[in-house]
Design a protein around this ligand. Structure first.
Ligand SMILES: *[C@@H]1O[C@H](CO)[C@@H](O)[C@H](O)[C@H]1NC(C)=O
Ligand SMILES: *[C@@H]1O[C@H](CO)[C@@H](O)[C@H](O)[C@H]1NC(C)=O
Ligand SMILES: *[C@@H]1O[C@H](CO)[C@@H](O)[C@H](O)[C@H]1NC(C)=O
Length: 467
């Protein structure tokens, strides 16, 4: 009798442990082997940089858990491929373009091709075809990290505040996605100060009022004795290039002109190069990446309607880790991408956004692939330290989710059915639907448990790089 009871309670224990394991989407790894693996991956990312840039990047990464997370997409994707979180349905059988490095600081303000100041995804370096949950997981972990960073400024903070924010994000993502089924509304949706709410409309009004193209030109350039503008090389973020670099960049711009929106294609007056400089000390994940600023004439010879083109070296995206050769071939050999990593970034930008910048394009400089876009005069980042209450972080999380849902929905067959043949939102709504508490729970489990992993990894990193 006692044996039977013991056996069944043992069994019960095993079953409970199994259920517990299943509901724990991520199991914390806190061993010295983990620490070694983190440092190995960090060093792999630093390999391409000289010693000065390596030190500068490490200092930036040591600033906060969120900064560290931003710079370690490699770790994130390696973890997910090795230990895919349990989910309601299998990974990878419904694909769309994904942003690929979807943390909340890759949303920002800028102007679209209609001159509206919008808040949207603003970085496509890692974008590729993939399972949408790679964006959802990365975004919700970043929300937990922002929420934890604001622990001391959010009144009555507890982990429940972070849970509210993540749940609001996932719930809104699903409801927005399902609201687009069958009507194409995602193709007209964008967020500007008219429909933004919480703290976001105020932010967008401030950006609109505070920034202008003239201010941008004045900030980055100076007028020489002949009245011609060139980049201000006294700025910390601008470094002069020599004549041969300037010549190869200028030459590459002639081919770039053929890759922009049809309204500007081949307009060599518009894209007449006035100056070229190195743009340094930019970004975090891509810190140290070769990047040029190119000053071009713009619509007229008025010195304040010039454009600053942001010309950035591109390589294989991090998302390749969770992709395979069939998908890579499908995207890279498509006519729009033409086996060019700069074209891949530009194509993702056009697929994921409404009214994407007309000057988007790509170039090849000395055999290397570059993406090209204009630097928006209204390029600003929302300061998350104003998220001082549960309501504020929840409202912004809802809007991050709406933007992402619209981006995923419009980048499917709405954009190019030779790359994504079917409707993404229809497939996901049939599978998951809205609302779906199990899916919300699944995302929260992962986000909070993986955020703890980031905390642990950050400690390994800071201990290893401490002076
Ligand atoms: C590393 O590269 C940066 C930017 O190109 C440059 O400013 C710096 O002097 C270089 N440092 C070393 C040690 O080569
Ligand atoms: C590649 O990935 C796609 C999408 O996840 C999948 O459908 C396909 O079966 C994979 N192909 C191979 C050869 O693994
Ligand atoms: C110009 O600068 C590039 C990049 O720093 C360098 O590789 C090249 O040797 C320089 N060329 C001349 C002529 O100084």
């Amino acid at each position: 009798m006692t044996t039977i009871i013991r056996t069944s309670s043992l069994l019960l224990g095993t079953v409970l442990a199994l259920i517990w394991q299943c509901s724990q989407a991520w199991t914390l790894q806190n061993t010295s082997a983990r620490a070694a693996s983190i440092m190995e991956q960090v060093h792999l990312d630093l390999l391409g940089l000289n010693s000065t840039l390596q030190e500068e990047k490490k200092i930036l990464m040591a600033a906060s858990e969120f900064a560290f997370y931003r710079a370690t997409a490699r770790v994130y994707y390696n973890d997910l491929i090795q230990n895919p979180p349990d989910s309601l349905f299998p990974l990878g059988d419904v694909l769309t373009w994904i942003q690929g490095d979807c943390h909340v600081e890759n949303f920002g303000a800028f102007d679209n091709d209609q001159g509206d100041i919008v808040y949207d995804l603003n970085d496509f370096d890692e974008a590729f075809l993939g399972d949408f949950r790679y964006d959802l997981w990365r975004a919700t972990v970043s929300i937990v990290l922002v929420c934890k960073a604001n622990k001391d400024i959010i009144s009555d903070w507890s982990i429940a505040v972070c849970q509210d924010a993540v749940e609001a994000f996932v719930e809104t993502y699903l409801s927005m996605l399902c609201s687009f089924v069958g009507n194409g509304d995602e193709k007209t949706y964008f967020v500007d100060s008219d429909n933004a709410y919480g703290r976001l409309d105020e932010f967008l009004d401030d950006v609109q009022a505070g920034d202008s193209r003239e201010d941008m030109i004045k900030k980055w350039t100076v007028k020489n004795d002949n009245g011609v503008r060139s980049f201000d090389t006294s700025l910390e973020k601008i470094v002069a290039v020599n004549a041969s670099v300037k010549a190869s960049v200028t030459q590459a711009m002639a081919d770039y002109e053929q890759t922009v929106a049809s309204s500007l294609q081949g307009d060599s007056d518009y894209f007449m190069v006035k100056d070229v400089a190195l743009r340094v000390k930019a970004g975090l994940g891509s810190y140290g990446t070769l990047r040029y600023y190119v000053l071009v004439e713009g619509p007229s010879d008025d010195q304040y309607d010039d454009l600053i083109l942001d010309v950035k070296a591109q390589q294989d995206p991090r998302t390749y880790i969770v992709s395979n050769s069939t998908i890579q071939l499908l995207v890279m050999s498509s006519s729009a991408v033409n086996n060019h990593q700069g074209a891949r970034v530009t194509e993702a930008n056009r697929a994921l956004l409404n009214h994407a910048d007309n000057a988007l394009g790509y170039a090849t400089i000395d055999g290397q692939a570059f993406s090209v876009r204009q630097r928006s005069p209204w390029k600003e980042t929302f300061d998350t330290s104003v998220l001082t209450s549960d309501t504020r972080i929840v409202k912004l999380s809802e809007q991050w989710a709406s933007i992402l849902a619209a981006a995923h929905a419009r980048s499917d067959n709405d954009y190019d059915d030779s790359i994504v043949p079917d409707s993404f939102e229809k497939a996901i709504c049939n599978r998951i639907g809205s609302p779906n508490q199990d899916f919300i729970d699944e995302l929260w489990d992962f986000a909070q448990s993986y955020a703890s992993q980031v905390t642990a990894d950050f400690s390994f990193f800071t201990a290893a790089v401490a002076p």
